[in-house]
Structure formats: C-alpha cells, structure tokens
Design a protein around this ligand. Structure first.
Ligand SMILES: NC(=O)c1ccc[n+]([C@@H]2O[C@H](COP(=O)([O-])OP(=O)(O)OC[C@H]3O[C@@H](n4cnc5c(N)ncnc54)[C@H](O)[C@@H]3O)[C@@H](O)[C@H]2O)c1
Length: 350
C-alpha cells in the first residue's frame, strides 16, 4: 500500500488508498433505485432489523434470502413477501450462524435461488444478548466445588462474533464472483455489518455483548482497509436501543422513560448504505431523533443518524441521555433499572 501525504498538515493518510468515501450526510435525500433486482442475503432476517430490512427492500424491488434459527418467523415472513411481491424472489433457509456448514449452505442456497445467479448484498444481522450469563461474577462449580469456577457461557461471542466472521468471510468469497450487469457496470458488492452503540461505548453488566460489538467494529475497521481490493464495500450501523424482540424487557423501563431509537430510522440508515453504492467504509450511529442546530445554514434539522466520523458527538449524547434518565427517574431509579436490565439483581426485566 502506498501512503500519501494528503492531509493539509502533510501528515500520512490511508483514506484515499482505502477508497473510503466522505462522511455521510444523513439529512440528504438518497435514491433507492439501485435496490431493484439486487439479491440480498440477510442472516438473522426473520425478526427485528433483518425482517424490517427485508420488508423495506422488497418494496423497492430486491430479492431476499433469509437465514435464521427461527424457522416459524422466517417461513411466515417469506410467505408474506411472496404474496405481496409475486414477481420477486424470496427464500428462507434454516441457518445457525455459529455453524460454518450452515452458513456455507445458506450462501449456496442464495446463489441457486437468485434470479441473476449472484448476490449483491450481505447483511450480517444475526445477534443475541444473554442477560444472565454471569460473566462478571464467576461462580464456584456446583458439580465440583473444588474445580474452580464454572465454565462461562460464551454463546454471545459465538453468534455475534464467530457468526459474523463466517458471514463476512463468505461474503468476501462470493460477492466478488458477481461480475457485471447488462450495462457493463460492475455489480454492487456490499457487506453491511450490524454493531451497536455497545460497539463504541460500554454497556456495564453486558460485558460479553459489549466485547462482541466492539469486535464487530474491529472487523469493520480492519476490513475497510482491504476489502476494496476485492471490489467489496463494507459499511456498518451502530444503533442505540430499539424496541425489538432482542431485548427481553422490550420497552420495560429501558432508559427509564428516556427516548429510544426508532426501527424506521435503523431501516432508513441501512437502506441508505445498501442503496448508495458510493458509500464505502462508513459507520452510522442511529440514536433517538434529536433536533440539532446547523451552524452552516442556520437551520434546525432533525437528525437520527450520525456519521461515525463524528462519533464523539454521539457519545456525548449517550452521556446526555443518562442525564435525562437521571432527571426523570432520579439516580436511584436509574441504578435500579440498569440492575434489572443487566441482570445484576432484582427481578425487573426478566
Ligand atoms: N434492538 C436493539 O436495541 C439493537 C441495538 C443495536 C444493535 N442491535 C443488533 O441488531 C441485530 C439484530 O437484532 P434485533 O434487535 O433485530 O433482534 P431480533 O432478536 O429481533 O433479531 C435477531 C435475529 O437473529 C436470529 N438469531 C439469533 N441467533 C441466531 C443464530 N445462531 N443463527 C441465526 N440467526 C440467529 C434471531 O432468531 C432473530 O431472528 C443484532 O446483531 C443486535 O445485536 C440491536
């Protein structure tokens, strides 16, 4: 790799070598036209973000292949999509992302069922939390008290890291085989990673989840330096708390009444990254809608997603949110709620 001094102060930069695109203006309009006819594979697509992406992208003409462990939801979503958009292709296959052979089979299944025989988009969406895994409080083995602590349950790392790594590896293998379109242009090759606010800030009590989402950011940061060589663009979303089945407590006192992020904003951010083929190597944070005063044009804009370039601003909002929680519930309420959510004590949130 050649390093150039393309900063004004003469310092070294690899941005241009990595082909990273400029920061995303999330308030600017974008076209969804490129979604029509694309085949997109979504792991964890039976529920939550993945299912919402599938529904939205189907509306814009995409073909979708879903892999998930929730067969009931997966089959019913596909049946729904087939009846709404009969001229497009929708498929579901059982896939436990922690199994290499399941994922390999899912990618082959997607290629076999794609109307064009290729895949243009991959979403590594499958993810879990494990509220009571006791990672931070090792317990003496109940079967053999002399043998030290019990083996920790690391299912979250299996799904959120190993599973994502398998998806990425397969994406890097199969996407570059997708060739050119009828107009001679190279087909899009896009991997969308799903990290979290927990990928950039700690969630106390959810150590394993935080580690897994930081790991996804590690994958993202490293990959965006190399994936361009295979013509693959890699982007990432970092949503704040959103009401989906992921969180067993759902809306229960999460943030003690403070705002959450909206599913529609996650879908919008993911759609922008999937549809705009010029966006490469970018991560978007999706938080509660906030009104932000824009110095440049003197307008107050509604912002839902913040380019990761300005992540510090988002972290400040995160801290600000905690302060809002404090204002609403008082510190005692906040601490009680967090303990309930993170399984550190009490029964709340179970
Ligand atoms: N909801 C939030 O607040 C939030 C915030 C930030 C990031 N995320 C991330 O977004 C992603 C999607 O979560 P969601 O909120 O849509 O939750 P969700 O539970 O609705 O969806 C997750 C999907 O993954 C599937 N899944 C779980 N284990 C699997 C496995 N081993 N193999 C295949 N599929 C599996 C589930 O069956 C489910 O369909 C996750 O990676 C999650 O960590 C969620």
């Amino acid at each position: 790799m050649v390093f150039t001094t393309d900063h004004d102060d003469g310092s070294w930069s690899v941005v241009s070598q990595c082909r990273q695109s400029p920061p995303v203006d999330t308030t600017a309009p974008y076209s969804t036209a490129s979604l029509a006819g694309k085949t997109i594979l979504i792991t964890g697509g039976a529920s939550g973000f993945g299912a919402a992406f599938a529904r939205h992208w189907a509306k814009h003409g995409s073909h979708v292949v879903i892999g998930d462990v929730n067969d009931t939801l997966g089959h019913s979503l596909v049946a729904d999509l087939r009846s709404s958009y009969p001229s497009q292709s929708f498929h579901y296959q059982h896939c436990d992302v922690t199994s290499w052979s399941d994922q390999l089979s899912l990618f082959k299944f997607a290629l076999a069922n794609s109307p064009t025989g290729v895949i243009e988009g991959v979403v590594a969406g499958a993810g879990i939390v494990d509220m009571d895994n006791g990672f931070d409080s090792p317990r003496r083995s109940s079967t053999n008290p002399d043998s030290g602590p019990e083996e920790p349950r690391l299912k979250v790392l299996d799904v959120n890291l190993t599973g994502v790594a398998y998806t990425v590896h397969l994406g890097l293998y199969y996407l570059p085989k997708n060739g050119t379109r009828s107009d001679g242009q190279q087909r899009d090759r896009h991997i969308l990673l799903v990290s979290s606010i927990a990928g950039i800030a700690p969630l106390p009590g959810q150590t394993e989840y935080t580690a897994s989402k930081h790991a996804v950011m590690g994958l993202f940061r490293a990959l965006r330096g190399t994936s361009w060589r295979r013509g693959v663009r890699v982007n990432c979303i970092n949503p704040y708390f959103v009401d989906t089945p992921l969180l067993p407590t759902s809306g229960v006192a999460i943030l003690a009444g403070a705002p959450k992020a909206e599913l529609e904003d996650v879908v919008d951010a993911g759609t922008r990254l999937m549809a705009d083929e010029g966006i490469r190597g970018r991560a978007l944070c999706i938080g509660p809608k906030l009104r932000v005063y824009d110095d440049e044009d003197g307008e107050t804009k509604l912002i839902y997603a913040e380019d990761f370039e300005r992540v510090e601003a988002f972290v400040w909002r995160y801290i600000g949110m905690i302060n809002v929680m404090k204002g609403i519930a008082g510190w005692v309420g906040v601490v009680k709620d967090l303990w309930g959510i993170y399984g550190l004590g009490g029964k709340r949130g179970r």
